[in-house]
Design a protein around this ligand. Structure first.
Ligand code: MTE
Ligand code: MO
Length: 373
């Protein structure tokens, strides 16, 4: 490979930039997983441009150090460095492959999850690598104007490449062309229950018995509620015949809204959902002083909170495109949280709790909840 003396910064500056790039990629990558509104689109763009700049930085670095990987010269430290190089390259490659419409079947996990997994491995390996061989750039090289220009060129080419990618995807009509700004691709919109069933890690409850099931609304409310499936459906669709109406007591009417579920594993699906407006439940329960959050809890312990002001606009759905929700999609009741990423759309909901503070344990429950019955 020929040298590009005018663009390639000094070795220590490249190394420090790689460190900065990993921090930036980790931060934007993490934030992107909870961003579902167009206003957050810049986070995805920043992640992509930083990733593309990192391709160049990593190529410089690998070219510089490759002579250290001679078979005779290997020790544990160098092997770890080599592993870091391979994992980092794989993280970048899977990201780019995804953008161009790549797929990979790994059971419930696909290519995007592989990218996330590799991306999370990089900072861990990097920490060990830095302990072994950290060398900070000198103050002069950081202040060097030529380095600033090199950076402008590097980030600028990343941005241009990111723009060009759209054109290329369109021209070659790849599966990457139908991505949303979140990177997700369309699956099974308007097809009733015919869209992917995704559960996180270990949430796999037995089907919930509608007749035995009930929904409680409690916490910081003046009027706790307990609703049967019949109450929640407004006494309509598939109601038992006994005529008793809890509906008026709860002030609940069926509501419908269109919303798009966007899973972090890389697909989205848009549907007409029917169920009960959380706002109607809250009006009936009458939140008390200090009420600020609404937590939705699954029979599995999986749970998530929305701010009170936003929760009113969410829906607890019993139906999708006119079909009763299937078990896999969270029957009898699942949260529909417009603008939120799929992992926040709690399935098999049995409790709505109004709280003052958000429970931080939800972040853990999302990863470790399981059905213990
Ligand atoms: N109780 C519970 N709710 C859950 C999950 C879960 O594992 N357990 N997975 C979430 C994730 S990651 C997504 S993307 C959506 C998927 O909904 P679907 O299976 O109906 O497509 O449900 C969310 N709700
Ligand atoms: Mo998801």
């Amino acid at each position: 490979m020929g040298r590009l003396p005018r663009i390639e910064p000094p070795p220590r500056v490249v190394d420090a930039s790689l460190l900065a790039a990993v921090v930036l990629l980790l931060a934007t990558g993490a934030v992107s997983l909870v961003s579902g509104r167009p206003a957050g689109a810049w986070v995805f763009d920043a992640h992509a441009v930083a990733g593309l700049a990192t391709v160049v930085l990593l190529a410089w670095k690998l070219r510089r150090v490759r002579h250290r990987l001679r078979p005779g010269a290997l020790d544990a430290t160098r092997l770890l460095s080599a592993l870091l190089g391979v994992v980092a390259a794989a993280a970048l490659a899977t990201g780019i492959w995804w953008v161009f419409g790549g797929r990979l079947d790994l059971g419930p996990w696909g290519l995007l999850n592989l990218h996330i997994g590799l991306g999370l491995l990089v900072p861990l390996l990097l920490l060990v690598h830095l302990r072994q061989r950290l060398a900070l750039p000198t103050r002069e090289s950081v202040a060097d104007r030529r380095n600033a220009l090199r950076y402008a060129a590097l980030v600028g080419s990343g941005a241009v490449a990111w723009q060009a990618q759209e054109v290329a995807n369109r021209v070659f009509d790849t599966a990457g062309a139908e991505r949303r700004f979140t990177g997700s691709r369309e699956r099974g919109s308007d097809a009733g229950n015919g869209f992917p069933v995704t559960s996180w890690v270990a949430d796999d409850p037995d089907p919930v018995d509608r007749e035995a099931w009930s929904l409680t609304v409690d916490g910081r409310v003046r009027e706790s509620l307990e609703l049967s499936y019949r109450d929640v459906t407004g006494g309509g669709d598939e109601a038992p015949e006994d005529g008793a109406a809890g509906v008026d007591a709860a002030g609940v009417d069926p509501a419908e809204r269109r919303a798009l579920l966007d899973c972090t594993s890389g697909w989205y699906s848009e549907h007409d959902w029917r169920g009960v407006r959380v706002g109607d439940l809250l009006d009936a329960a009458d939140p008390g002083d200090g009420a600020a959050w609404v937590q939705f809890r699954s029979v599995t312990g999986y749970r998530w909170s929305l701010p009170l002001s936003e929760a009113g606009d969410a829906l607890l759905a019993t139906h999708v495109d006119g079909e009763r929700l299937s078990h896999g999609h969270g029957a009898p009741l699942r949260l529909v949280a417009p603008g939120r990423r799929g992992f926040q759309w709690v399935k098999w909901v049995e409790s709505v709790r109004v709280t003052r503070r958000r429970e931080l344990g939800e972040w853990i429950a999302v990863f470790v909840s399981w059905y213990d019955d």
